[in-house]
Design a protein around this ligand. Structure first.
Ligand SMILES: Nc1nc2c(ncn2[C@@H]2O[C@H](COP(=O)(O)OP(=O)(O)O)[C@@H](O)[C@H]2O)c(=O)[nH]1
Ligand SMILES: [Mg+2]
Length: 220
């Protein structure tokens, strides 16, 4: 859940990368890290499970600095995709302000994408959240695969829940930062509305977008 402190003017938010196992969530968040922090000053934390532990996720703290008079921070998380780690997924999703769904374009993975989307909705509900006020941005990832499912057919899976769909290749990074920018801006719009934030410097989501567009994304 976003925490906004109007006295010391901080906005703390959370973006969760969700999707089936091996779809490219960790690769995507690592790419975002690389763009935001090319010197690797802030470490991305990856908790790995062993047989007994069920906590298993990546965590990246992101500091966007001052935007419109507010200190804006984002906690970036990925969930483990494998079916058996549902407790971790539910826990990581708690208080999410936006979700980036990383779908696997491999045409053998259609059912896993559908199941993971259904699982996302179920876990949002379990956390008292739903897609009406938690923005959902979709990455159709692994577009480079020879057996990639058609874009239209694949987009149709998500059409009812999101109008923001990005073809991506998390390995090259293509589209990944654009999806992150979109999720961040939609999230700030939602948080701004919820807390009735006003900035003398203008619309917070526009300021967020402009600030993120200053980062250098290599063109391939
Ligand atoms: N060909 C291809 N492979 C990818 C892409 N994104 C991720 N991968 C590979 O898919 C595997 C799983 O990626 P990972 O990020 O660990 O998936 P996660 O389980 O969703 O976190 C790794 O071997 C990645 O290198 C992509 O866009 N294209
Ligand atoms: Mg992962």
């Amino acid at each position: 859940m976003s925490i906004v402190n109007t006295r010391d003017k901080t906005i703390n938010t959370k973006i969760v990368y969700y999707g089936p196992g091996l779809g490219g969530k960790t690769t995507s968040l690592s790419y975002v890290h690389q763009i935001l922090d090319p010197q690797d000053q802030v470490k991305m934390v990856s908790l790995k499970t062993d047989e007994e532990r069920t906590l298993f996720f990546d965590f990246l703290p992101i500091d966007l600095g001052m935007l419109g008079g507010y200190k804006v921070k984002i906690q970036g998380f990925t969930v483990p995709g494998q079916v058996k780690y549902n407790l971790t997924r539910k826990y990581v999703l708690m208080g999410a302000d936006a979700v980036v769904f990383v779908a696997d374009s491999n045409s053998d993975r259609i059912e896993e994408n559908q199941a993971s989307l259904a699982n996302l909705k179920q876990n949002l509900r379990a956390n008292g959240l739903d897609l009406r006020n938690v923005p959902l941005v979709v990455q159709l990832n692994k577009r480079d695969l020879d057996n990639a499912m058609g874009m239209e057919e694949m987009s149709a899976i998500f059409a009812a829940d999101s109008s923001c769909i990005f073809p991506t290749n998390a390995c090259s990074g293509e589209g990944v930062f654009d999806a992150f920018v979109e999720a961040s801006c939609q999230m700030i719009i939602e948080v701004g509305r919820k807390y009735q934030l006003e900035s003398p410097q203008g619309d917070l989501s526009v300021l967020t977008k402009n600030s993120l567009l200053n980062y250098v994304v290599p063109t391939s």
